[in-house]
Design a protein around this ligand. Structure first.
Ligand code: ADP
Length: 234
């Protein structure tokens, strides 16, 4: 995870609206995230966190507004971003082994030497011993390791994590915090949704609060980090 194959990449959200019928999941979100930031999004259920992450992952399109990826100061506009997304429901196949999952996604993504890449990632996420076990036999924490390995297959500069600590036991949460620290220290840009304060939230360099689809607080413009995270539980 210390590889520097990727180029540091920031993200700019300009005036993003996302509407579902009459409902605004996001409303006029304008936000610039610099390369290497580790940003937490907090807010009540339904405040728009997942939608924002899905738009950054290009899994959803904004109804209006523009998302750009900023690579070394250069605006790469509409080019496909090197973003890895770890959804709340881990997007891995139950009836495949850990290794088969990584090989499948590596091939789908056209990654060179898929077997070697899968091998490296299985080791990095601590699943080398369980490579041949079916994912359906895995705990939530182990499934999440597969999902993180999957998201890192193509050396993404941007990593998006939707509620990565939900459902993890103490050991899983502590493994995740260590992994997040490595990702952050490798220079990747990280955006994640999170509930409350934890070992993981202490790794963030910035926190924002969403409310009804709008950004209502940002530590970059002076909001208090702890109150942003605490509010999410209110
Ligand atoms: P959060 O992640 O903060 O809980 P979401 O981004 O999941 O919030 O949801 C924001 C709002 O958008 C919610 O009101 C949710 O019901 C709505 N929403 C999200 N996805 C869809 C969808 N595919 N269709 C209709 N409404 C949606």
């Amino acid at each position: 995870m210390t590889s520097t194959v990727f180029s540091p990449t920031g993200i700019r959200f300009e005036n993003i609206d996302k509407r579902y019928g009459g409902l605004y999941a996001l409303r006029r979100v304008s936000l610039e995230i610099s390369a290497g930031e580790c940003v937490v999004f907090a807010g009540r259920n339904g405040s728009g966190k997942t939608t924002l992450l899905r738009i950054a992952a290009r899994l959803a399109r904004p109804s209006s507004g523009v998302v750009s990826f900023l690579n070394g100061g250069e605006d790469r506009g509409g080019m496909l971003p090197p973003a890895g997304f770890v959804a709340h429901a881990t997007m891995v196949y139950d009836e495949l082994t850990a290794e088969e999952n990584l090989l499948l996604f590596a091939r789908l993504q056209g990654i060179a030497e898929p077997a070697a890449r899968a091998e490296t990632l299985l080791r990095e996420v601590g699943l080398a011993e369980r490579r041949n076990s079916l994912v359906r036999t895995f705990s939530r924490g182990m499934r999440q390791r597969v999902a993180i390995a999957r998201a890192l297959l193509n050396e993404p500069a941007v990593v998006l994590l939707d509620e990565p600590t939900t459902g993890l036991d103490t050991e899983g949460a502590s493994w995740f915090a260590q992994t997040l620290r490595q990702l952050r220290d490798s220079g990747r840009t990280i955006l994640m949704s999170l509930h409350g304060e934890s070992e993981v939230s202490t790794l963030a360099t910035r926190a924002l609060r969403l409310d009804a689809g709008a950004v209502v607080a940002d530590t970059l413009t002076g909001a208090n980090f702890r109150s942003i995270l605490a509010f999410a539980n209110a």
